[in-house]
Design a protein around this ligand. Structure first.
Ligand code: G16
Length: 547
């Protein structure tokens, strides 16, 4: 029996600021941490309901990922480790925005609509990032779960993808791995050691310098330190921005490096040597290096998707496995990457809306779906049948050495990948393994294709919901006249493309532009920003041309 009066009483300890309305965004709720206590309590309630409904363990991660330190947020994790089902996002919004006196009615409505049996106890896994506000906020989640009489396990400081992994392990009786951090480190390290142990024979030609890892002053560096002993010295790396001094995501981290197109502060750059940056909760990664002239070169999610899908495609051919491989991107994917994947690699490419939840589901339609957002958020998903075929082949004693070694490397790749969600640590290990096996330096990887110059900007508007989009966010349907204005501006530049969309994690409109030269991409982005500012209710200073 649930004592709803108890829920009501406990909720008074996590009061909702009257009138505050929040929207479930690209990856959950995200705003200033001051406004999130009631949201966390209520997400604890919702996670418990979801756990009862699915009769599985559900995850709640307290993080605002790439946002500044003063923000926070929450991501809900479904039984197989994926983002919570879209249908439940509206329940999350209803529950979050219900005024205090309507909370119980809203809760009971959800229970009724979903026909949830309240008899059985549920289990919720909770994790948090390193933000100062995260400890109290995760306590609010735990309060929400316990107020319904349900159980929780607090994993404390974890990366977002680690919590996704733990949830999946728990719900698959260990067949995906052991539901512990040690299990995570062991699974990934073992696969990495297996793949790279074959490398000496293949002749290692990749640059021998240690990998420089920028931890964004977040959780990633902490977890790399924990993982280091498991890697058996197969990966030489140095950690920077490890959270011991600088501010989270400030002038560092994957988002800063990608958007600013420059190396982070605090990382010692040596020409030709490879570096990578995680974001605040370690679910994104980008690589980069400086050339001998000191110019910055970025290898973003598109380059990562190309490297990984080429590797898998070659292994499939070598193993003689006929599996359908596809790459899923968003509108932010550089035009050159899409062109290369479709025309040179001849793989299926799909474009979907921003948000890993969209990419993940699109990728699941194929035997092997490689999905990456340009910002470095992505992974690979293998269908059950693909996994079975790979495992079966790897164990087939009648195979030639060549086919057997390809099948075994595919099997190790399956184990190295965190299939639940984009994972900076798992992606990094896979990239390092591919570079080692293929004997590629970061410069050789970079040369696979040349990015079109591009620029991303943000515009502040009174209400970002004024912008609506269609065609996987590539065209704006409102406000009136905006798309026509963008078309007119784009028409003035060569090899150009631009789109705008409301961010689901920050209170801004995002502008993306690409063109034949950096100067043109910058002008295009500026002109489109100006159109957004004037047609969509810009606030504050008018956008200025880039220097
Ligand atoms: C989240 C999502 C990503 C998305 C990013 C930016 O990343 O998980 O899929 O690309 O936000 O979204 P938006 O452009 O809507 O602000 P993270 O790493 O911040 O959780």
């Amino acid at each position: 029996m649930v004592h709803f009066e108890g829920v009501s009483l406990k909720s008074l300890l996590h009061p909702k600021p009257a009138g505050l309305v929040l929207q479930y965004g690209t990856a959950g709720f995200r705003t200033t941490a001051r406004h999130l206590d009631h949201v966390m309590f209520r997400m604890g309630l919702l996670a418990a309901l979801r756990a009862k409904k699915t009769m599985s363990t559900i995850g709640v991660m307290v993080t605002a990922s790439h946002n500044p330190e003063e923000d926070n947020g929450v991501k809900l994790i479904d039984p197989m480790g994926e983002m919570v089902a879209v249908a439940w996002e509206s329940y999350a919004t209803q529950l979050t925005n219900a005024e205090q006196d309507a909370l119980l009615t809203t809760l009971k409505d959800i229970i009724k609509q979903e026909a949830i049996s309240m008899d059985k106890k549920a289990m919720v896994f909770v994790g948090r990032d390193t933000r100062l506000s995260s400890e109290d906020l995760s306590q609010a989640v735990l309060d929400g779960v316990s107020s319904l009489g349900d159980h929780s396990h607090d994993f404390g400081l974890v990366t977002t993808p680690q919590l996704h992994y733990l949830v999946r392990c728990q719900n698959t009786n260990g067949s995906y791995g052991n539901a512990s951090l040690e299990g995570y480190y062991q699974k990934l390290s073992q696969a990495f050691v297996q793949i790279t142990s074959k490398v000496n024979a293949v002749k290692l030609t990749t640059d021998q310098s240690p990998l420089r890892i920028d931890g964004a002053n977040g959780i990633g560096a902490l977890k790399m330190r924990e993982m280091e002993p498991f890697l058996q010295q197969r990966l030489s790396f140095n950690l920077y921005n490890d959270g011991t001094s600088g501010r989270l995501n400030h002038l560092c981290g994957a988002d800063y490096v990608k958007v600013q197109q420059r190396s982070p502060q605090g990382v010692e750059m040596v020409a030709g040597e490879r570096c990578c940056s995680f974001d605040g909760d370690a679910d994104r990664i980008v690589y980069y290096y400086h050339n001998p002239q000191g110019h910055f070169h970025l290898l973003d999610g598109d380059k990562i998707a190309t490297l990984i899908s080429t590797f898998i495609k070659e292994l499939l051919t070598q193993a003689g496995l006929n599996l359908q491989l596809a790459v899923v991107q968003t509108a932010y994917a550089n035009g050159s990457s899409t062109h290369f994947l479709q025309n040179n690699m001849k793989v299926i490419v799909e474009c979907v809306k921003t948000g890993v939840k969209h990419l993940h589901h699109a990728a699941q339609k194929f035997d092997i779906g490689v999905y990456f957002e340009a910002n470095g958020h992505g992974t690979v998903v293998f269908s059950d049948s693909a996994e079975e075929q790979i495992k079966g082949l790897a164990a087939d004693p009648s195979l030639t050495e060549d086919r057997k070694s390809a099948a075994q490397m595919l099997e190790d790749t399956v184990n190295l990948v965190n299939q639940t969600v984009g994972d900076a640590i798992s992606d990094m290990l896979l990239i390092e393994a591919v570079l080692a096996v293929r004997g590629l330096s970061v410069q050789q990887w970079d040369k696979i294709y040349t990015d079109l110059p591009n620029r991303q900007l943000k515009v502040k508007v009174a209400d970002r919901r004024a912008i609506d989009t269609t065609d996987a966010e590539r065209r704006a349907t409102s406000p009136a006249g905006l798309q026509e204005a963008i078309d007119g501006i784009v028409g003035k530049y060569s090899l150009s493309r631009s789109f705008v969309r409301p961010s689901g994690t920050e209170d801004v409109v995002r502008v993306y532009a690409e063109a034949d030269t950096q100067a043109n991409a910058d002008c295009l982005a500026y002109e489109v920003s100006l159109a957004v500012y004037h047609l969509a209710g810009g606030v504050g200073e008018e956008p200025k041309p880039l220097q």
